[in-house]
Design a protein. Structure first.
Length: 235
């Protein structure tokens, strides 16, 4: 009687393959170029410590972060993941602009203003490279509104235009547009322990206050981070 061949002895041994993403940390560094880790991390909505782990390849970025890096810095998706192909997409020959929404609503730099029913925004053309290279924001996540009030003077004046980025993964010290109990306002926010946010105005005539996210029923929503302020000069 013929003896059968054991399946375990006939099966070919599979050699482990090298991960396709090997070297992604160096490629992220190449995209970052001369930018500081802090500036680059902020532009794609992550912390500096997370970026350091990506560059050391202690951790792999997820698809959302990879897509955000590619959109913001015009990097090639396949190259960033695998290292195959050209690092960057071809630059447009002519100046390229993108349209962003400008809403006819105002964030109050004062006690706060109720948000009116949002009308259709006006679309305005903005230089794409300015958004990406100077402000380090994704074009699809920015919009413009104007300011009412004097509580953020002298940093922000009544009537100024704000460019805000809706991508806020975590609150860092800075100026934000928020909605608090139905009121739209622009204030300086500072993160404190135990879920507390300190809300201050640059104008010392306005008292600071705190919001605790751990309090049940707290109605406080971050609309976006202010990344640029524009002003019309009067003559």
């Amino acid at each position: 009687m013929a003896r059968g061949v054991s399946p375990t002895t006939s099966r070919a041994k599979v050699e482990p393959k090298e991960p396709l993403s090997k070297g992604i940390g160096q490629r992220i560094e190449q995209v970052r170029g001369r930018l500081t880790q802090h500036a680059f991390a902020r532009s794609v909505g992550i912390s500096k410590s997370t970026l350091i782990r990506y560059e050391r390849e202690d951790r792999l970025p997820d698809a959302e972060i990879i897509a955000r890096v590619c959109e913001t810095y015009n990097a090639d998706f396949t190259w960033l993941i695998t290292g195959k192909g050209d690092p960057f997409l071809p630059e447009p020959q002519e100046e390229e602009c993108v349209q962003i929404p400008k809403f006819d609503i105002g964030a109050s730099a004062g006690p706060g203003a109720f948000v009116d029913a949002a009308s259709e925004p006006e679309l305005i053309s903005v230089d794409l490279q300015w958004l990406r290279q100077e402000l380090h924001v994704c074009p699809s996540e920015v919009s413009m509104i104007y300011v009412r009030g004097d509580s953020m003077q002298p940093t922000i004046m009544d009537g100024d235009m704000l460019l805000i980025s809706s991508h806020v993964e975590q609150i860092r010290d800075g100026i934000y547009v928020s909605r608090y109990d139905g009121l739209l306002q622009v204030k300086r926010l500072q993160r404190q322990p135990k879920g507390v946010i300190r809300v201050t105005s640059d104008n010392p005539a306005y008292d600071p206050f705190s919001v605790n996210f751990q309090d049940e029923g707290t109605d406080f929503v971050i609309v976006g981070r202010v990344v640029w302020v524009g002003r019309k000069l009067g003559f």
